[in-house]
Every structure is written in C-alpha cells, then in structure tokens.
Design a protein around this ligand. Structure first.
Ligand code: 6PG
Length: 498
C-alpha cells in the first residue's frame, strides 16, 4: 500500500453512508470517513469496514488533513439543516479546488444556494441524487450528479466504478449544472411515489373486489414480474405480500397500519409541477393518497357515517366486470394492463416535467440518458425504462412520451384494462385516485375540445379576466351585465381606448 493520502472522504455514517463507503473502497478507492459521533466511526472501522482500505478521523480537522487535495468529500447526512451545519464547519478547513458532493435527498434550490456560496471560495459543489436504498448504496446505486462539469469529470472514474451496471452501461451520467442532479432525483422519487400508489390500488382491487389473500396476490405480482411490468417495485411487492409476521402468523401487510408517511420529495415534485405548469396528476394523487391515509381517525369516523355503493356482487362478478368472459385470467390480464398503462401515463408526466424544468432552468437535460441511468440501481428500475430511453434517443425533442409511436401503441393496447379496472373499483367503492388520474391525463391529452371554454367565460363574467376566440385573433372581454352590452364582444384594446 502506498503512503499517499486518499483524495476521497465521506461524512455521515448512517446506513447509506456506511454502505456507500464500503462500495467505494471495494472498487479500489481508499477513503477516510468521519461521523459526528466518534463511537459510531470506531464501531464501523472495527466492524463492517475492518480489513478494507477505509480509515477514520475523529474530528473534522483531522479528516480534512488526512485527505490529499483536491479533496473529493461526499456528504451523506440528512437533507436540510444538517447539511448546512456540516458545511459551516467543513468549508473553512478546505482549499480552493476541493470538491464537496452532497449525496442526500436535498432540495434542489438548497443545492443551488450552497453551490453559489461555496463557489465564492473556489470550492466546487456537486448535488448528487443517490438511489437504491441500503443495498443499492452497497452494491451499485443509480447516481445523478449535477453541478460544475469539471468537478464531475474529476469524480467520474469513481462514480462509474461504484454505480450499478446494466446492459446499457454504468448507471451514472453528468446530469447538468446547478441543482439539476437533485432535481432529477426528486422527479425519480415522485415517479416512485406514483408507482407505489398504482401498485397499492391494484392490490386493493384484488383484496377487496376479488377477495384474495396477501399470499395469493403475491403470486400474481410475482408472475407479472416476469412480463412487461418487470421492475424492482413489483418484485418488492411480491416479497412483501408473501412475508409472514412471526408474532401473529399472519401476512405482515395485514398487521401494518394503513397510514403512509413521506419525507418530502413527492411534495416538492408537485410544487415544482405547479410552478412550471407541467402537471403530474398521478404523482399528485399519490402524495394526496398518502396524506389522506394519514387522517386515520377521521377515516374511522367517516366510515361509520358515509355510505358507499352496494357492490354488484361478489368475486365472480368482479372477475367478470374486469375480464368479461375470460374468467380469472381475463381479470388479471385487465389489472396487469391497467397497471402498465397507468405507469406509462405517470412516467410521461414525470418526463414532461423534467423537460419543462430543463427549458426553464436551461439545464439541457438529456432525457434518454436519464432514463438509461434509471435502468438499474434505483428504486424505479424497470424494463420499461429501456423503452423510454429509446424513445428520447430517437427523438430528443419528443413533446410527450405518449406521442412516441411505440409508447402510443403500448398505451392503446393497455388502456382498456385501465378503463375496466376503474369501473370495477368504482362499483365496489374502492378509491383508485392514481389509476384514475393516469387515465384522465391520457383522456385529457387526447381531446381537441375541452370544457375550458366555459371556464374562460366564467372567469370573464365575474372578473373581466378576458379570453381568446377560436374565430379571430385578439384578446376579448364581453360586457355580460346591463343594457349597454354590445352585440359583439369587445377586443380589450378597443375597450382600453374608450
Ligand atoms: C431511493 C429512495 C429514497 C427515498 C425514499 C422516499 O431512491 O433510494 O427514493 O431516496 O428517500 O424512498 O422516501 P419517503 O417515502 O419517506 O418520502
């Protein structure tokens, strides 16, 4: 072993940090780690990091002194205030040219602020989305680094080495400047929320309308994982539904409280979608569903007061409603199509939001590359991502994923399943907000004529908000009230001249 000091350091030994450090060392990059609580560092060095090239430091000055400039320091600390707290202590110890990488789920605007602050001191700041949970961090995550290009170039050999690998290459690419890396990770998480909600709704139809047990539903998901839905989250779902609670002997999902929590990335996705007027209704539905699930006391109370539909029969009727004459196979095929269709619609929404952000913030995002680095390592990894990668490679200016010829064909083949699933769910009174929103997005996009003409008329009626016409140019306002109302609407310019 050489006496040269390592360039790479990692701060924050929670489970993601611990595993990422092991991954880095395993791939031939010796590194120094630091954790606020020294005991944790000592336990780590004596435990998982024993017999590796990982060394530790007890204080931040020691940590910085143990690294060779230009340093490459990865922060794996909780997003928000803790990142600023570490930076306040760390930055005065650094030299110009050093690189700091934030590998947490930071809000992209925080990343932009920190990048600007550190740039004033000559320090290069990289906001990097890291996806894949504990196992991904250890064996190969999907990495979404954004910030100064030249800093990425320095980091690239290490990032390529530690990232997940698929047939499409290592799951890392330079995302773009500023906070784009964390923005892309935020959208990844929003899509993750959407996928999870759509899967949960499909499970609910099987549980409630088809009367199936958790292990029976697990087998359906396991089967689907061998088909067009093949993905990590479908695999996880099958495993979770099979899992038996040791204490009660019941499927564990049946004893888990139905109140879903969240840490914020889904909500940020929606806030950004609203700000950029690029709707993501399925992600919106997923976040709203989590929030509603959390209102458990209210739901318990409402369940005794509010009355739902009388289901038009039992499991046989539900199967027939879903699959027509094709029995159980037809019903499951409809649900599989429904889930696939909804997923396509949801990804189309997420990718459109990425495209809108890319234009607004001038990030020049490569959507094909982003889909490629999501083919492995991350939580939303799925066979379907290869189709998205191909669609944006064939046409980088694609205005909406649903307009790609192959994706359009796939949605055409599966949309019927979504329509049938929603009808069945409604008949049994099962809420399917994610699936419904996915279909509504599709049905809205298809319309040449929406009822927004009426909304515009209403706005003009009560607020003189003006409107455009279909038959001529100009901005118009109608004098809706009183005898002076002219026969023709008045162009706003003319009104102003009066
Ligand atoms: C990942 C995950 C992870 C994320 C949670 C979302 O890509 O590895 O997206 O980063 O934090 O899965 O957490 P909540 O559901 O708690 O918001």
């Amino acid at each position: 072993m050489s006496d040269a000091k390592p360039h790479v350091g990692l701060i924050g030994l929670a489970v993601m940090g611990e595993n990422l450090a092991l991954n880095i060392a395993r791939n031939g990059f010796p590194l120094v780690v630091y954790n606020r609580t020294t005991l944790r560092t000592e336990e780590y060095l004596a435990g998982p990091a024993a017999n590796t090239s990982i060394t530790g430091a007890a204080t931040l000055p020691e940590f910085v002194a143990a690294l060779e400039p230009p340093r490459q320091i990865i922060l794996m600390v909780k997003a928000g205030v803790p990142v600023d707290a570490v930076l306040t202590e760390l930055v005065p110890l650094l030299d110009p040219g050093d690189i700091v990488v934030d590998g947490g789920n930071s809000y992209f605007r925080d990343t932009e602020r920190r990048e600007a602050e550190l740039a004033r001191q000559g320090i290069r700041y990289v906001g990097m989305g890291v996806s894949g949970g504990e196992l991904g961090a250890l064996w190969g995550p999907s990495l979404m680094p954004g910030g100064p290009r030249e800093a990425y170039d320095v980091l690239e050999p290490m990032l390529m080495a530690i990232a997940a690998k698929t047939r499409y290459g290592p799951c890392v690419t330079y995302i773009g400047p500023g906070g784009s890396g964390h923005y892309v990770k935020m959208i990844h998480n929003g899509i993750e929320y959407g996928d999870m909600q759509l899967i949960a709704e499909t499970y609910d139809i099987m549980r409630t309308a088809l009367g199936m047990s958790a292990p029976e539903i697990a087998e359906v998901f396991a089967r689907w994982n061998g088909g067009k839905l093949a993905s990590y989250l479908i695999e996880v779902t099958a495993e979770v539904l099979r899992f038996v609670d040791e204490e009660t002997g019941r499927p564990i999902v049946d004893v888990i409280l139905d109140a879903a929590e969240q840490k914020g990335t889904g909500r940020w996705t929606i806030e950004s979608a609203m700000e950029l007027s690029s709707p993501v209704p399925t992600i919106d539905a997923a976040v709203t569903a989590r929030n509603l699930s959390g209102l458990r006391a209210l739901r318990v109370e409402a369940s005794e007061v509010l009355i739902g539909p009388t289901p038009p029969g039992g499991a046989d009727e539900a199967r027939a409603m879903l699959g027509g004459d094709s029995g159980a196979d037809g019903a499951f095929a409809a649900l599989e199509s429904s889930l696939y269709f909804s997923k396509v619609s949801s990804y189309a929404q997420g990718m459109s939001l990425l495209a809108a952000a890319s234009i607004t913030y001038d990030w020049k995002l490569n959507l094909s590359e982003i889909a490629r680095i999501w083919t492995g390592g991350c939580i939303i990894r799925a066979d379907f991502l290869a189709d998205i990668m191909r669609a944006y490679r064939d046409n980088p200016k694609l205005t909406n994923l649903l307009l790609d010829a192959d994706i359009a064909r796939q949605s055409d083949e599966t949309v019927g399943g979504a329509r049938r699933s929603i009808v069945a769910a409604r008949s049994w009174g099962i809420p399917v907000p994610g699936t419904s929103s996915a279909l509504d997005y599709f049905d809205t996009l298809r319309q040449i004529s929406l009822p927004a003409n009426l909304v515009q008329a209403q706005r003009d009626y009560f607020g003189a908000h003006t409107y455009l016409r279909t038959d001529r140019d100009g901005i118009f306002h109608t004098l809706w009230h009183g005898a002076e109302q002219p026969a023709e609407p008045v162009p706003v310019q003319e009104l102003a001249d009066v």
